[in-house]
Design a binder for this molecule. Sequence first.
Ligand SMILES: *Cc1c(COP(=O)(O)O)cnc(C)c1O
Length: 368
Amino acid sequence: MNVPFVDLKMQYQSIKNEIDIAFENVITETAFIGGKYVNQFEKDFATLYGVKHCISCANGTDSLFIIMKMLGIGNGDEVITVANSWISSSETISQTAARPVFVDIDKDFYSINEKLIEEKITAKTKAIMPVHLQGQMCEIEVIKSICDKHNLFLIEDCAQSHLSEYKNIRAGLRGIAASFSFYPGKNLGAYGDAGCIITNDDALAEKCKMYARHGALIKHQHKIEGINSRLDGLQAAILSAKLPHLIKWTNQRITNANYYDEVLKDINEIVTPKLRPNAKHTYHLYVIRAKKRDALANYLKEKGIETAVHYPIPLPMMEAYKYLNYSEKDFPIANQYKDEILSLPMFPELTNAQMNYVAATIKAFYSK
Ligand SMILES: *Cc1c(COP(=O)(O)O)cnc(C)c1O
């Protein structure tokens, strides 16, 4: 049996009609950049989140950068983020000319350890940018109160947490603004690059929109110099076609994760994901910790099961951040877990038979 890590073909087949119509409409109307489909998706996404503004942009990296840049973060400033994430979370801080400051991860939930944040705050700190990694939110209310106490911006990286919740409030609604990615493999994925910003702050929304569109809200009237970070019409129409399915797909991920929990529970060599109290995990990734991780991953691969590691090197240990002079002991948990974490196949259409096979193969590996 083959179990892919994600199966985007299966999802396309299940909504082929809607996607094909969306595609054809954009092409026949040549609504390639801006225009009706982009406006519609922004409206659809803002409605889903109950926010005043959704500003679409080219990808979920630009959206982080644009938020920080338009908040005035730049040279001489520091932004606090997490040691284990995709590099977008820190490289966008550097893009503004500010300095990323990393915090170790929580031993149970794998996202930023909120208890270690305050000791990293200095006079230069301007913002905290937690990442709701793997689909499970951080201890966001504690982080929010730290931001309020120290007068810092809270910017949420929601690239992996579409529809995730903490105390029934979704990821992306507690800070000044939040960033989403619609990279194809994300829980809501386009058929190319795409991203957006959500915010209830009118002034910030207008700045972000202007900056992403060459600094002009009206053609040829450039109030500032900006960048070119636009969502294209094809991606917008595809995202609008997929959006009505997002709740169902998310529930399927949760059902699958519960099934994994059940079939994996007797394997002592692995640790299955722990749920944070009051959080709704949406399982962008289903991450276990495993003894002999690399050997297990190779064995699964031989048996037709694709896995991945998110992420094999903590950000502060990357060559790109050598200049910050961090050492492994500054991030003990991230450095320990990098050799233990393994992301198992996870997507809405995953079948029980596939998950049974994954579980049986893991058992077979440890009983060799
Ligand atoms: C995917 C991702 C991003 C960036 O998204 P792109 O759309 O690929 O630019 C940012 N942060 C995290 C945590 C991500 O997983």
